[in-house]
Structures are given as C-alpha cells and as structure tokens.
Design a protein around this ligand. Structure first.
Ligand code: P6P
Length: 338
C-alpha cells in the first residue's frame, strides 16, 4: 500500500475534529480541545467497562441518583471522570449530567467559557452486571448572548436545534464514538492497541428503510393507540416484508443499530412514564441531532424533538426515531390518530 493511501486510511478523531473545527469561525482550537476532553474521558470509562467483572467496580454503589435510580459504581466513576476531564477545559462554563441534580458552573467568570456540555455518563447502566452494551451521550450548547455566567440553566435550557455538536460512545463488542458538529455524522472505532479512536464510519447515512423495529413491547397496552396500529402494520408487512423485532434495552446500542441499519426505535409515553422515559437534554436531543444529520427523523410522537423548548434539566420525552420510510409510515398513521 503506498504512503498516500495509508495516510488517507488512518484518520484519528483528533485530526477529524481539527478539520471540522474550521467550520467554526474564530474557534481557535478551543472546540477541538473541548471534544478531546470527551474522547479522553470515554477512553478511561471504556477501560473500566471492559474490566467491570474483574475489579471491585461492578455492582451497586448504593446511592440513589436524582432519577431515583440506584447508582451503579461505574455510573459514579463515569460521571466523575467526565466532570474532571471537562472541567479543565477553559472553554466550558457549565456541565449538566444525568447523575447530578443541578448543572455545575465551572471556570466562574472566565470570559473564555462559552460552551455547556450536557451528558449521560453511562446510559443503560442497569445492564452493566449482565455484560450488555452501555453508552455515554453528550450534547454541546453555546452560551446564549443574554445568559449570565451565573445562570447555568439559561445556558442549557435551549431547543435541541441549538446544539453545536452531539454524539455518543457505545461500549459494545468494540468501542465506537459517533459525533456530529452539523456537517454529517462520523464514527470512530477505538483501537485498544494504540488507544486512539480511528475513523471507521465516515459520513454515516441511515438506509432509506430497515428491517427492524425496536421497542419494549411489554408496555404496548399502555402506549397511545397510534403506536399499536403502527407496530401491527410493520409486523404485517405493510411496508414490504414483515419486520423483525430487536430490543437491547440500552438506548445507545439500540440507536447505534438503527443509525447504521435503518428501521425504527421508539419509547412512547406509558402508564408508568406518562411523559416518556428518556430524558430530553442528554438522551433525546443528542441522538435526534445525529439521526437528522444522518438523514432520518426524530419525533416526540407529533413534533420534532429538536424543536422542544425545555423547561427543566431532567425532563423526559416520548421518542420515535428512524429511517425515512418508517417515519413516513408512522406520520401517515398518526395523521389519522394523533
Ligand atoms: P425499559 C436504560 O435504563 C434506559 O434509560 C435506556 O438506555 C433504555 O433505552 C431504556 O432505559 C430501557 O427502558 O423500560 O425498556 O427497561
């Protein structure tokens, strides 16, 4: 293989971010420095996830988080690592995490602090003890002009369409970082031998149609009616062949498959979660940003996820996201039902 093709082949996420950085006028490397905080933290997290069964890190921390969920030890570790790696980036003024009740102000008063990072440090953590894929999600917002440095909620309570970047890391059979700065979606696989995320999925585009639907059917009887009709139409083969069901119960893993293979993922409102289960700011918004950048759609059942004006940091939302064909079929059913 000649030198040029080898050089073209090997592109790390740092090199890619620097290239993408050029899209941000005046961003003097601070954006790539910010994103390197995320890549460093997720490398440290993946090292623990890979060894969860071997060290005394598995199992419950015992504390209950703001969501009322028993914190797994890896949740706590992941949250601390992300907070540490990001808080030393001068360009970040606010951090908001699924694990913390309130947003954290970092670099009080620094004029350089212009970004807020909102994250779920370890989504799907209840699956850790049984070896199922888990993930980290992140969303990056720019401080609104009228947001005071000491008003962190104003930095983050913006519609998802205001995100300047978003992504996730899925800790599965391999560790894959998927991110977008609004110029397409790109995936990087961690090469554990060198400790670098290498470009493996350039410019991800969702297939126009897939063959899987992904939902927890145990709650089907309490979904709003249009979802039952929609699932029946997929199973019946109204879109061509009858669909198969794939549900891992770890959002990042289910979304990653849907992004690459097409199809539809949905977590509607249910009796026990009347506003939906997934959180808007650090789960629905980042994945909706990626899904739209990859040519798909992400709705809260009737409207675009990215148009929702958030009221609170931990608010939840119903979500249905997928390929053009499946989303068009849903909206057609919904036009008669919703
Ligand atoms: P259920 C994991 O706890 C999570 O927050 C998401 O990762 C996942 O999609 C969802 O909950 C699974 O919820 O009710 O199907 O177990």
């Amino acid at each position: 293989m000649n030198q040029t093709s080898t050089a073209q082949q090997i592109l790390t996420v740092q090199q890619h971010i620097l290239q993408e950085q050029k899209r941000f006028p005046g961003a003097s490397g601070e954006f790539s420095w910010l994103l390197s905080g995320i890549t460093l933290a997720t490398k440290l997290i993946q090292a623990k996830v890979r060894r969860a069964g071997l060290t005394d890190i598995i199992g419950e921390q015992g504390e209950v988080n703001v969501q009322g969920e028993v914190q797994q030890k890896l949740d706590v570790y992941s949250n601390d690592v992300l907070a540490h790696c990001l808080s030393v980036r001068e360009s970040i003024g606010v951090l908001a995490s699924e694990e913390n009740e309130n947003p954290i102000i970092v670099h009080k008063g620094s004029e350089n602090a212009k970004y807020a990072v909102i994250f779920d440090p370890l989504d799907g953590s209840s699956n850790i003890d049984v070896g199922v894929s888990v993930g980290t999600t992140f969303s990056i917002m720019k401080r609104p002009e009228d947001a005071a440095l000491n008003d962190p909620e104003k930095w983050i309570l913006q519609p998802g369409s205001a995100q300047v970047a978003a992504g996730y890391v899925v800790y599965g059979s391999s560790t894959i970082l998927v991110y977008s700065v609004g110029n397409g979606v790109h995936g990087f696989t961690l090469d554990p031998a060198v400790g670098a995320f290498m470009l493996s999925h350039p410019n991800i585009k969702m297939p126009k149609q897939g063959k899987y639907y992904s939902v927890n059917e145990a709650y089907r009887d309490t979904f709003p009616e249009q979802y039952g009709r929609y699932i029946d139409s997929l199973r019946r083969g109204d879109l061509g062949k009858p669909y198969a069901s794939r549900y891992i119960g770890s959002m990042v893993a289910d979304v990653h498959r849907t992004l690459l293979k097409g199809g539809v993922f949905l977590y509607p409102e249910t009796k026990s979660n009347p506003d939906g289960k997934l959180r808007l700011l650090y789960e629905a918004n980042p994945i909706a940003f990626l899904v739209e950048q990859a040519g798909g759609q992400a709705l809260d059942g009737t409207g675009r996820i990215l148009d929702i004006q958030p009221d609170s940091v931990h608010q939840r939302t119903p979500i249905i996201l997928g390929s053009p064909t499946e989303m068009e079929a849903y909206q057609s059913i919904c036009s008669q039902q919703c």
